[in-house]
Design a protein around this ligand. Structure first.
Ligand SMILES: NC(=O)c1ccc[n+]([C@@H]2O[C@H](COP(=O)([O-])OP(=O)(O)OC[C@H]3O[C@@H](n4cnc5c(N)ncnc54)[C@H](O)[C@@H]3O)[C@@H](O)[C@H]2O)c1
Length: 340
């Protein structure tokens, strides 16, 4: 099988490609990534010489160049991780979120139709449902997104479903709760806390720190996406949950305790506008239909995550300073195509 993975140099995309190549050594993968501030080619540098792995730097919104790539690679399936993903950035500068997260998905859908792709999997988020006080959202719950990020993802989900209803495009959607693990850009809660704690810097917490998120170890999400791709029912949406709800302050205190760093670094700051109180997903559909459930406990996952960041301080440093960008210049695309 030939699979296009978009956004493969970001946090989940990197972990997914690592998981997917190991699980399916006979598959060919083309990783297409724009390499925004969140994309780091160095994450997969050990795959550079593998015959079944290709990387091309490109913007999913660039329909003409994307068409050239599809023509050359002839994918059977497309998995879309490419997105602008930081809620705070979507509040200060929403336009790029609308472009990549909605129009970019539209470009991919058109290509999938033109090239008769057998499966398009859109990686979506629990944030499309909005906040829930009690209970959990299931796949047919109403979408009430609160941030421009969540709204751009909800819009994309609608577009993906419309291409299935109108054109019978074989699509799948996964909606996942908060992922954590290696290779996450240190603007998101867990790597930010680890980084600041290691540097003895203040740790900002929005509002009273009582917002609840459900945490899933990234490798469990990768396994779920793989199962949905191979065994999911075409045209369906699958929630993927960690079944591990925690307040932000609980997560921060757990990290500080393991790192043996004083809680006095915690600094409460003005709440984010439109900050959702609680996210929670029911995962009974994926459990019943595909037999998937998360394997990694929070205690084990967080230990593995902290170990990884502690053992990869250069990665953290390069990511923060942008030093990893030097690496791009040495990169040569084996497909022989370059975006202008
Ligand atoms: N991280 C989470 O907890 C989480 C939870 C639920 C869903 N998701 C979804 O999973 C996907 C991946 O999230 P992540 O945390 O890995 O994000 P990330 O920000 O770490 O990575 C995004 C990747 O997309 C690339 N990209 C951005 N714009 C692009 C464009 N126009 N063309 C090509 N590539 C582009 C970036 O360079 C980067 O490599 C996203 O769609 C996100 O909405 C993430």
């Amino acid at each position: 099988m030939k699979v296009v993975v978009t956004g493969g140099c970001g946090f989940i995309g990197t972990n997914f490609i690592r998981y997917f190549i190991k699980k399916h050594p006979g598959y060919k993968i083309l990783n297409i990534d724009k390499l925004t501030y969140a994309g780091n080619l160095e994450n997969l540098k050990d795959f550079k010489k593998r015959k079944n792995y290709h990387f091309v730097k490109a913007d999913i919104c660039n329909a003409l160049f994307m068409k050239k790539l599809f023509k050359k690679f002839k994918p059977d399936a497309v998995i879309n991780f490419a997105a602008e993903t930081h809620v705070d950035r979507s509040i200060t500068a929403p336009s790029q979120f609308m472009k990549t997260n909605f129009l970019g998905v539209g470009t991919l859908l058109n290509l999938c139709l033109d090239f008769g792709i057998k499966g398009f999997l859109q990686v979506s988020t629990d944030e499309v449902y909005g906040s829930i006080e009690k209970g959990s959202f299931c796949e047919n719950s109403l979408l009430t997104p609160s941030s421009p990020y969540a709204a751009s993802k909800a819009g994309a989900d609608g577009l993906v479903m419309a291409y299935h209803t109108t054109y019978k495009l074989p699509i799948l959607i996964t909606r996942t709760t908060n992922n954590y693990g290696p290779y996450q850009f240190p603007e998101k809660l867990i790597p930010l806390v680890i980084l600041n704690a290691l540097k003895n810097k203040k740790i900002p917490v929005y509002g009273n720190g009582m917002n609840v998120r459900d945490w899933i170890y990234v490798e469990d999400n990768c396994a779920a996406i793989d199962q949905v791709l191979h065994k999911g029912k075409i045209g369906e949406i699958y929630n993927i949950a960690g079944k591990c709800e925690k307040t932000n302050i609980q997560v921060i205190k757990t990290l500080l305790q393991i790192l043996n760093v004083d809680e006095s670094l915690i600094t409460y700051v003005k709440d984010r506008p439109g900050h959702d109180q609680r996210y929670s997903l029911s995962m009974s559909k994926i459990k019943k239909q595909l037999g998937w459930q998360p394997k990694t406990s929070f205690a084990r996952g967080i230990k593995k995550t902290i170990d990884w960041y502690q053992n990869n301080k250069t990665w953290l440093h390069n990511t923060q300073t942008g030093a990893y960008r030097k690496f791009y210049k040495q990169y040569y695309s084996k497909l022989g195509l370059k975006e202008k």
